[in-house]
Structures are given as C-alpha cells and as structure tokens.
Design a protein around this ligand. Structure first.
Ligand code: SF4
Length: 77
C-alpha cells in the first residue's frame, strides 16, 4: 500500500467523525462528518472512510448521526 499523503487519515481516528451515542468505533460504523468545510455535504461515512481534513482525536457522539441523511450536532466547533 502506498504511503498516506500528509494530513490524510481515517474517519475512525478523527475528531470530526460523529457517531450514535451507543455506537462503538468500528470500521463499518456509520457516522457523519462534522468538519466545518464538509458539513454542507451531509456526508454519512463509515469508520474506514478518510480524507485530508483529518484531525486526530476521539469521535463525538450524537443521536441521528447514522441516519440517511445524517443529523449532526455541531456545537463543538
Ligand atoms: S471525512 Fe475527513 S474530516 Fe470527516 S470524519 Fe472522515 S477523516 Fe475526518
């Protein structure tokens, strides 16, 4: 596998990933990306997703994060 570009990381390791309150951090867990520039896309994405807006940290938890379309709580920005 090629090296990851600088700044790229997985959703399951990213602080902008928001998942259901009772969800665990797994590859196939679905959540919503609440990164400021990506919020408008209402991006529902699994733990194996990733991008170069990655910020290392723990996911946040909010009800509705796995719905289609996902609901997001954005008061952490
Ligand atoms: S899409 Fe990017 S910014 Fe959003 S949760 Fe995944 S890695 Fe983080």
């Amino acid at each position: 596998m090629a090296d990851k570009p600088d700044g790229w990381g997985l959703c399951k390791d990213c602080k902008w990933w928001q998942i259901e309150p009772d969800a665990s951090v797994q590859d196939l867990t679905l959540g919503v990306c609440i990164e400021k520039q990506l919020q408008d896309y209402e991006l529902r994405i699994s733990g194996l997703g990733g991008c170069n807006r990655f910020q290392a940290g723990e996911p946040t938890f909010a009800a509705g994060a796995s719905e289609a379309p996902p609901q997001m709580a954005t008061d952490i920005h």
